[in-house]
Design a protein around this ligand. Structure first.
Ligand code: HEC
Length: 443
């Protein structure tokens, strides 16, 4: 990205929404990072579960037990899907409030396909339920049954591309003016590498989850399966997880290389490389599990889960730092625009007030007020009930305030004249100014 395109596109950034954040910014950032990880974890389990369930149902031709396994995995998919949806609300709201302009612009630019997420999600969710509840009734139609899951799987594999395109596009405002819709934005650097990173993570996490899930006493593996050995299956699942982990060590660096360098500051690199180094620990224990003797399978589950969680936290933080760095320049620009806007707004308000006052003043004439309220007792040259205006002017020239005080609360001065009535509360400030000016300019 060059300076010129930054300047050109700064104009696209405009000003921020001038509403205050509902809570301090750091709380929203913590919510965004942590809840997104929880959300994506369940998404991983949903997508990975669908892939593995599909895979085992394919294999059920050779061994009927795999159909049972596919069904058991299917039971977890719908639960994980519901968790993923619910857990997705908080990060979505947080990203909306923190990166409003960036996120909404990306939404608008990928318009139709972005909205398509909603019907796609509905259809895929209905398909996984249909699939789950027809294991028995469609037993005689295996092809039809697996096609239902295949349909859901295709949708599940497509939706992440929409999200990744959007999330990627919001990071690079310099692309906003050149990108023409979703399919164009899809080709932005790193969309596909991030996509494979995600799919492989789904496999790594789901295979580990299933190895632990079927390993529990409560699962009663031996009652359900007569042709598959529990530990064999667990070791194979650990192996899937292990190989997926290895694959991340290839796709991860490629990902870093194709990401625009604007977000790759030291903090991002340290965090991500730190995470990758910590990630060697769960990889090691996974390898131990694939080699474990039957009575020891599952011994390292705790270590794997803890070290993997720490790895994921580092990756999540690195991801946030990258985003924060990538949009920094634009956020600064936006802050300046917002300030400018607010000060212009303020000036306009002041100007409007002055104009309003002027207009009000124009409508009030001191002469009218005098004719309505004073003329019956005060004449120009001679004294009536009260002294003449000439006399009043000679007493009060240059003493506007004193005269106002008198009009509001007259005293008693002349022994042989009556008391002047008080006008306090009957003449407003504007009228009073006009009145006094009118009287005192009279010669
Ligand atoms: C009901 C009759 C009456 C009305 C109406 C009246 N005045 Fe008077 N005004 C008087 C009298 C009587 C005096 C003399 C009072 C005194 O000397 O004690 C006076 C005195 C004054 C004085 C002179 C005070 C001084 O220090 O010598 C001013 C100024 C004055 N009036 C202004 C006004 C203005 C302006 C209005 C209209 C808003 C007004 N008056 C309406 C009866 C009236």
């Amino acid at each position: 990205m060059n300076i010129l395109s930054i300047i050109l596109n700064a104009s696209l950034i405009g000003k921020d929404v001038t509403l205050p954040l509902p809570v301090p910014e750091w709380i929203l950032i913590v919510v965004l990072i942590l809840m997104f990880l929880v959300h994506i974890l369940f998404i991983n389990l949903m997508v990975g579960g669908t892939i593995l369930s599909f895979f085992y149902e394919l294999k059920s031709k050779q061994n009927k037990n795999y159909r049972i396994l596919s069904e058991e995995i299917g039971k977890t998919i719908t639960v994980n899907k519901s968790m993923a949806v619910v857990m997705g609300v908080a990060p979505l709201l947080a990203i909306n409030t923190l990166y409003t302009k960036f996120f909404y612009t990306a939404n608008a630019l990928t318009g139709l396909v972005w909205i398509l997420v909603v019907p796609l999600v509905i259809v895929s969710f209905l398909l996984i339920y249909l699939h789950k509840y027809t294991y028995k009734s469609l037993y005689k139609y295996p092809k039809l049954h697996i096609s239902i899951l295949g349909g859901a799987l295709l949708i599940f594999l497509f939706i992440p591309l929409i999200f990744l395109t959007n999330i990627n596009l919001m990071l690079f405002p310099d692309k906003w003016s050149v990108v023409k819709g979703f399919w164009d934005a899809l080709l932005l650097p790193s969309v596909f590498t991030r996509y494979f990173h995600f799919i492989i993570a789904s496999l790594a996490i789901t295979a580990l989850f299933l190895a632990i899930y079927i390993g529990r006493e409560k699962f009663k593996f031996e009652e359900k399966f007569d042709q598959i050995n529990k530990q064999d299956l667990q070791r194979r699942l650990y192996k899937i997880s292990l190989h997926s982990n290895f694959a991340q060590y290839i796709i991860g660096p490629i990902n870093l290389m194709v990401l625009p360098s604007i977000g790759l500051k030291h903090d991002t690199l340290f965090t991500i490389i730190g995470g990758a180094i910590i990630g060697l620990i769960p990889t090691y224990y996974l390898w131990k599990e694939t080699k474990a003797e039957s009575n020891k399978v599952g011994k390292h589950n705790f270590h794997i889960v803890i070290s993997l969680t720490i790895t994921i936290l580092f990756m999540g933080l690195g991801r946030h730092l990258y985003r924060a760095n990538a949009v920094q320049l634009y956020q600064n620009e936006m802050a300046i625009n917002t300030k400018k806007y607010l000060s212009e707004l303020n000036n306009a308000k002041i100007e409007a007030k002055i104009k309003e006052k002027e207009a009000a003043m124009k409508g009030i004439s001191g002469k009218d007020v005098f004719n309505q309220k004073c003329v019956m007792c005060h004449a120009a040259d001679q004294s009536l009930v009260g002294p003449s205006v000439k006399e009043i002017v000679s007493t009060y020239r240059g003493k506007n305030q004193q005269m106002k005080d008198w009009i509001n609360n007259p005293g008693k001065k002349r022994a042989n004249s009556s008391q002047m009535p008080a006008f306090k509360g009957q003449i407003n400030d504007l009228e009073m100014n006009a009145l006094v000016e009118y009287i005192l300019q009279e010669k």
